[in-house]
Design a binder for this molecule. Structure first.
Ligand SMILES: Nc1ncnc2c1ncn2[C@@H]1O[C@H](COP(=O)(O)OP(=O)(O)O)[C@@H](O)[C@H]1O
Ligand SMILES: [Mg+2]
Length: 214
């Protein structure tokens, strides 16, 4: 089967709609932060909407200042708005059951599974991967987020472990940077935050976004 990324890049080149979903069994691993920044990335190419599929409404909350460069739409209204947008990024709640996961996987071109590099999150990730395998989907890629700075080796260790397990992984990892918390707090994409490391923070998601298009 061809790499899902080949077909994604083909879609992008042909200017067709692309649907990306951020999902994971565990909360607090960077789903919403990733959804916001992949939507920011895609918006530079074509009109993009972020569908807020989490009853906690974290993405809607992020958008409430009206400063995000893309539309954030409640999942209950998404179908009515979908026609106006080329790309769709879907943020989801934590702890989807297997039926939810199947619906999510079937409903998108690429599932992005964020994980932090700690043991607890990696255990939860392996459960998610097992469930995806049981569904027979290969359209997913793991993104390691909130990687602590050196001398911690957590990020490298997690990457090595996932690579050795032969799992599809973004080469780019996302660093743990306060700028991301400020971005959520002020309702901005991270590159617009007043923080000395805001540009670095954005470059992590920008590089991950380019991998989707490579
Ligand atoms: N790369 C990062 N560096 C630092 N903090 C982060 C990063 N990504 C997310 N966070 C923070 O971690 C918390 C959980 O992130 P969030 O995106 O809401 O995860 P989820 O949607 O999976 O629950 C939030 O407070 C968020 O601001
Ligand atoms: Mg969230």
């Amino acid at each position: 089967m061809a790499s899902p990324f080949l077909s994604l890049s083909r879609w992008l080149r042909r200017g067709e709609a692309m649907i990306i979903t951020c999902a994971s069994f565990k909360g607090g691993v960077g789903k919403t932060t990733s959804a916001v920044h992949f939507a920011t990335f895609l918006q530079a190419f074509a009109p993009t909407m972020l569908v807020d599929g989490d009853p906690n409404r974290s993405a809607s909350n992020w958008a409430r200042h009206g400063k995000l460069p893309f539309a954030v739409i409640d999942e209950r209204q998404a179908t009515r708005h979908a026609r106006a947008y080329e790309h769709i990024v879907i943020d989801t709640k934590a702890r989807p059951d297997e039926e939810d996961l199947k619906a999510l996987a079937d409903g998108c071109d690429l599932l992005i599974i964020p994980t932090t590099p700690d043991a607890l999150a990696l255990d939860a990730l392996m459960l998610t991967v097992k469930a995806l395998r049981a569904l027979g989907t290969e359209r997913y890629r793991i993104l390691i987020t909130m990687v602590p700075p050196k001398p911690s080796r957590d990020g490298d260790d997690a990457r090595q472990m996932l690579q050795e397990a032969g799992l599809p992984l973004f080469a780019q990892t996302i660093r743990r940077l306060v700028a991301f918390q400020k971005a959520a707090l002020h309702g901005l994409p991270v590159q617009q935050v007043a923080d000395p490391r805001a540009a670095e923070a954005w470059s992590d998601y920008e590089h991950a976004g380019r991998e989707i298009m490579a």
